[in-house]
Design a protein around this ligand. Sequence first.
Ligand SMILES: NC(=O)C1=CN([C@@H]2O[C@H](COP(=O)(O)OP(=O)(O)OC[C@H]3O[C@@H](n4cnc5c(N)ncnc54)[C@H](O)[C@@H]3O)[C@@H](O)[C@H]2O)C=CC1
Ligand SMILES: O=C([O-])CC(=O)C(=O)O
Length: 312
Amino acid sequence: MKVTIVGAGAVGATTADNLIRRNVAEEIVLLDIKEGFAEGKAQDMAQTAALLGFESKIKGVTNDYLSTSGSTVAVITSGIPRKPGMTREELIGTNANIVKSVVENLVKHSPDIIIVIVSNPMDTMTYLALKSSGLPKNRIIGMGGTLDSARFKYQLSEKLNASAADLNAIVIGGHGDTTMIPLIKHSTWNSIPVTDFLTPEEQGEIVHKTMVGGATLTSLIGTSAWYAPGAATAAVVESIVRDQGKLFTASVYLEGEFGQEDINLGVPVIINKKGWDRIVPIQLDEEDKEKFNKSAEAVRTMNNVLKEIKAL
Ligand SMILES: NC(=O)C1=CN([C@@H]2O[C@H](COP(=O)(O)OP(=O)(O)OC[C@H]3O[C@@H](n4cnc5c(N)ncnc54)[C@H](O)[C@@H]3O)[C@@H](O)[C@H]2O)C=CC1
Ligand SMILES: O=C([O-])CC(=O)C(=O)O
């Protein structure tokens, strides 16, 4: 099985590294527009095989889509990341054209492909990929909710002094500083509601820190994060390739689910060899429903920008 990653930068290379170490795919193709860049990263990673003991092959190419032919899954991490003080939404002008042309090239060479979108603003880039490719909705997945849920578990684990692996917690809604919705009332520590252990103030702090998780790292590092984004992307790809049927939150096309339509937004889904297989319903209270609708409104505003900049 072949997995292509377009964009050999920080997140793309980290995704490849996570996949290769676990032998998720027989072959990984890393593609970048920058001459020699993907080739170099691929060779560097391949040279860890003797040390780490994996069998996967990795090949780097410069804009050569023929090499991506017959890919089962592609990850799109091409585009610019934000700098401190910026929002993800500000990247739309540059990234929309990049994502659109990358999708076109991928589909031309692998018509049955499943595409995992990472590039920001992620929900809108996922919507763009769906609308411009004409692929069935189940084959386009935005991975942001998987990352945001991992960050939510990190914040909970820090406050509760618990193992992150013992926590069950998800973030739905958009992948934006103000649009994500960490569902703290639904979160558990090995089946016990986390709200039993946290004051309302502590709960509010955890939710806030989760929402601005990406912005916090961007201001510390000077560019956006890659370790957790790469691990989250690899987890989604692995669930597809190995047909694991794991439940992740991911940005998928809604047609009435959660009261929204014609939009890609983060909801709980099962991910297997079909892409995202089905949406898992969850009972939201009035407060969370309102937050979800507001999140949808903000993402829809960004989707409308696609028309203004003639990307759609
Ligand atoms: N959805 C999420 O959870 C996350 C999204 N991101 C987003 O992922 C994207 C990538 O971030 P980084 O890897 O940190 O950036 P980066 O700058 O390290 O890498 C981006 C790469 O894309 C390449 N590229 C640009 N145009 C291309 C094209 N047309 N074809 C092929 N390659 C092209 C560049 O040469 C560069 O190597 C950004 O938009 C960032 O905002 C980053 C982290 C998490
Ligand atoms: O913060 C950013 O711009 C990159 C990203 O989406 C994340 O790390 O969540």
